[in-house]
Design a protein around this ligand. Structure first.
Ligand code: AWU
Length: 451
């Protein structure tokens, strides 16, 4: 493509933490290991997320563009973090209008990009952008290869009726996995609502599989069969597994609340004695869910660190054996603390990757999106146990309390899970270390970009 001095990569992250954070991690690696010059497209409201990276990497520069206006969104909304879930699709659609200013910027740039790296499922519009510039589009998946493999076939599996008890089989995937329709309905809905945005979403999925290459935040020791499936299945055939990026990410969080106080509190807890509870950057717990979690934490007697989004209604009197953090917690750093032994998680792929990289065992509560696929991976690797499922479900307090108590009460099953989590941490870290599978794949990707 170009010599290393000219190798200029244009990166377009979708404004959602679960997508943007890992994409910025790989930009740091591409800039440091690959000596690539990188331009990252960002809108003003998301610039604070990029700032730590800009300070650390001189060859990375922002291309700041105003967020395309749309009547479907509240003013100043530029990130899914600011929106209820039902508006995400409109943010996604509005974001695609950035094609209009980016194309002339590339065409008039004295050092035009040799490739475009953009986000999975959210940014299929960058494929025509890349084609207009006659450069390859690389698709970055912040989701596991298992999910990416499945969703390529989703639209062919459209269920005959919306029956939650229906079971959907993926016959062409390794092991022909099946899922209750109730676990996938939010994905099918993105195909069938029959409006302009749904057609747009379906086109996104289909564009991803036609990209020049796929870069996946996973590692072959965990997902080798699905990576091989993608290499065979997608037209491009180029698939690089470069994760878990959490295992090599440096302090990359901004705006965290009370970090020093939280780390000091953990310093006073025994190793592995704390259950960390957090459901990502998008899920908003209902009052019934928060009451059930609070009741189970209190009843279980475990020490806990519960991070909740602004606006969550949390019962009072929680600070006996734990702490409730309202706002943005330094999750990656907290999971790396030796005192944290377990993680009650919604199975967002970044959260799971961070837990795997830190050797933290998981209690899984998948809620939607790819999370049922992620939970399946976690449980198949024996590093997690299912305690609840569904975005609207409220766990039974005694049941959840029992599961929480067993994490520190020394149940045989829980001991085995913690041992497996420590094992998988070693495998994950070997993958990203020099000579490891992900380290080598990233090297191959860089060599392609610098050709
Ligand atoms: P994560 O992927 O865990 O969850 P979501 O935010 O829900 O992200 C996709 O993005 C997931 O696979 C989807 O299922 C969807 C979405 N964090 C933090 O640092 N502090 C907090 O208080 C809360 C979160 C970080 C966390 C992680 C990210 C959340 C890829 O769920 O460390 O990196 O935010 O991503």
């Amino acid at each position: 493509m170009a010599s290393s001095s000219e190798a200029h990569l244009l990166v377009i992250p979708f404004p959602s933490h679960g997508h943007m954070l890992p994409l910025l991690d790989i930009c740091r690696l591409l800039a440091t290991r690959g000596s690539l010059s990188i331009t990252i497209v960002i809108t003003p409201g998301n610039l604070p997320i990029l700032s730590p990276l800009l300070d650390a990497s001189p060859t990375i520069t922002p291309l700041v563009l105003p967020f395309p206006p749309t009547p479907a969104l509240p003013p100043h909304a530029e990130n899914t973090h600011q929106l209820p879930r039902h508006l995400f699709r409109h943010l996604l659609f509005a974001f695609s209008a950035l094609l209009n200013p980016i194309l002339p910027w590339c065409r008039t740039n004295p050092n035009p990009p040799v490739a475009i790296l953009s986000d999975y499922f959210t940014s299929g519009w960058t494929l025509p952008l890349a084609r207009a510039l006659s450069v390859p589009r690389l698709c970055f998946s912040p989701l596991p290869a298992f999910f990416f493999s499945a969703v390529q076939h989703l639209w062919r599996l459209m269920p005959p009726r919306d029956d939650p008890n229906l079971v959907v089989r993926f016959p062409s995937l390794p092991g022909s996995p099946t899922f209750p329709l109730a676990h996938l309905s939010n994905l099918f809905r993105s195909y069938v609502e029959g409006d302009l945005v749904s057609e747009f979403l379906k086109d996104n999925f289909l564009s991803d599989a036609q990209s020049w290459g796929l870069v996946v935040n996973t590692f072959s020791e965990l997902e080798g069969e699905y990576l091989d499936f993608l290499r065979a299945e997608t037209r491009c055939g180029r698939v690089w597994a470069v994760g878990p990026l959490a295992a090599v990410a440096v302090k990359r969080r901004w705006g965290v609340t009370e970090k020093e106080e939280l780390m000091a509190w953990l310093d006073n807890c025994e190793e592995g004695s704390v259950v960390y509870v957090c459901f990502g950057s998008q899920a908003m717990l209902s009052e019934a869910q928060a009451v059930a979690i609070a009741g189970a934490l209190a009843r279980s007697g475990v020490r806990f660190l519960w991070c909740v989004r602004e606006g969550t209604v949390v019962p009072g009197g929680m600070d006996g054996r734990g702490k409730v953090v309202i706002g943005w917690a330094p999750q990656m750093e907290l999971l790396r603390h030796a005192a944290v032994g377990w993680f009650l998680t919604h199975c967002g792929w970044n959260s799971v990757s961070e837990a795997i990289s830190a050797g933290v065992a998981m209690l899984t509560w998948p809620m939607g999106a790819d999370q049922f696929f992620v939970a399946r991976l976690v449980e198949a690797a024996e590093v997690g146990l299912r305690v609840c499922e569904g975005a609207a479900a409220a766990p039974e307090v005694k049941e959840l309390a029992r599961a929480l108590a067993a994490t520190v009460g020394g149940g045989e099953r829980e001991h085995k899970v913690r041992w497996k989590a420590a094992e998988l941490r070693r495998v994950a870290r070997d993958a990203v270390e020099e000579g490891g599978s992900s380290f080598m794949d990233l090297g191959r990707l860089i060599a392609e970009l610098r050709k």
